[in-house]
Ligand binder design. Sequence first.
Ligand code: FAD
Ligand code: MLT
Ligand code: ZN
Length: 494
Amino acid sequence: ARRCAHNPAFSHLNTVTEEDVAHFSNILAPSSVFSTIGSNSVSSNDIATYNVDWMGKYYGKATTVLRPRSTAEVSEIVKWCAKRKIGIVPQGGNTGLVGGSISLDKEIVLSLGAMSKVRSFDPVSGILVADAGCILQSLSEYVAPHNHIMPLDLGAKGSCQIGGNVSTNAGGLRLLRYGTLHGTVLGLEVVLPDGTILDQLSTLRKDNTGYDMKQLFIGAEGTLGVVTGVSILTPPAPQASHNVMLALPRYDNVLPLFQTVRRQLGEILSSFEYIDRTAYDMAIDHGHSRIFNEEELKSTQCFVLVETSGSNKEHDEQKLTELLESLLTAAKPLIVTGTLSQSAAQFASLWALREGLTEAVQKEGKPYKYDISVPIADFQRVVDVLRDQLKSRGLYGDHAVSKVMGYGHVGDGNLHINVIAKHGYAPEIEQALEPFIYEVVASLNGSVSAEHGLGSMKPHALHYSKSNVSIDWMRKIKGTFDPLNIMNPGKVLP
Ligand code: FAD
Ligand code: MLT
Ligand code: ZN
């Protein structure tokens, strides 16, 4: 193996050689090995999709992509890489938004996509055990005939994998109701950085036998091992679901509205999602159905999408209708108006607008994405402050940043700020945004990454949300599991 001379931070790692590729071809089926090196080499075009992230912001340098079909194969690959000091980037659906699934230097990409079998499902308990490479939507479709749903849902469901979801501790649109993966994941199977298989694929709801190690891999972004199997609790499908889009005259009404909605809808509230006016107008520009007329929009500053999930259609409809009536007839109404979906198609169309924001943003230009937790009362102020910062540097307008918008999971205190660089990423824009935005978040005691993770985008910003003591212990944990630093090097830790 040849020492890699390119990036000093990766000097502890070796470049993949012909001998390595030949070894991989011995342990895997030949059709599972893609490399620009060796006798059966492919062109870099053939592996290009593994070397660029969903946004087209991070470009990778992997020469070799491996697609194992079993945990045993993953273990063999990792053992070899540990022996040869070759870096490994676990890759799921490659939908992550922080550059975590991309090879930064000469690490191989270990794609889990060929490990996509459901291992077991118990329709009574709802416990599903699946290979890490199963696509989230396929799992939803698998449990649907048994009247169950996956405990998480996100716009990337058609591509992201359950192993990627676990590794990023993905939040999404149902977190308000079903909680985080730290609660719904019951067990994991992980190939550790020395190739050992850690089988903790428990199907028990309760198990207090010492340290709960699986929690460390949830949100580890592939830095502690390769998740190969997931045991997860799927809730019963709600018998009735409704949604309503509320138009608000001013941002300040969001918090009192959340309190009112929570009180009035109680146990049937399942989502409370925020969309600011810029994001809404963008969605309409990109072909989403108009929900409100011009007159209503004149006095609207932002929107909230409320979803209910319950067991009795009439009961839920009555509660939602009463909520709308009371909101509209209040002495000081919190909303301008609201549109209650009247059919399955309308229900889907309200959700499509919210879920489609990420794709619409992508079509507008190149996005800088800041995924923050801050107090709900400060959401809009943070967006405004960031826009003002760009204005003060002469960077706001069609020549540079065409839009700054906020949307997100307001019910979970999580705001997604999207800054659209109309003509592509540019250093002066990034310098105006960072560390400015992280300082604003830190001043509000918030988190610089609410749900997308740190990847390669934010390790340097970790200290804005974590103390030195916490970061020290994170390093010790990393060093214990991965003393050779081969597992997703350059990600998460500064
Ligand atoms: P990848 O992008 O392939 O990888 C993400 C990270 O996990 C990388 O660090 C990678 O190394 C690691 N990883 C992947 N698989 C494994 C494995 N088996 N073992 C170990 N490490 C692994 N995120 C949210 O939290 N909430 C949302 O609502 C949301 N909506 C989105 C909507 C869209 C349209 C898009 C494009 C993205 C969205 N995301 C959201 C971000 C992203 O989809 C999630 O982070 C998702 O969980 C990533 O899964 P993936 O399989 O694509 O992982
Ligand atoms: C979302 O909530 O839509 C996702 O996290 C993706 C994004 O931030 O665009
Ligand atoms: Zn989100």
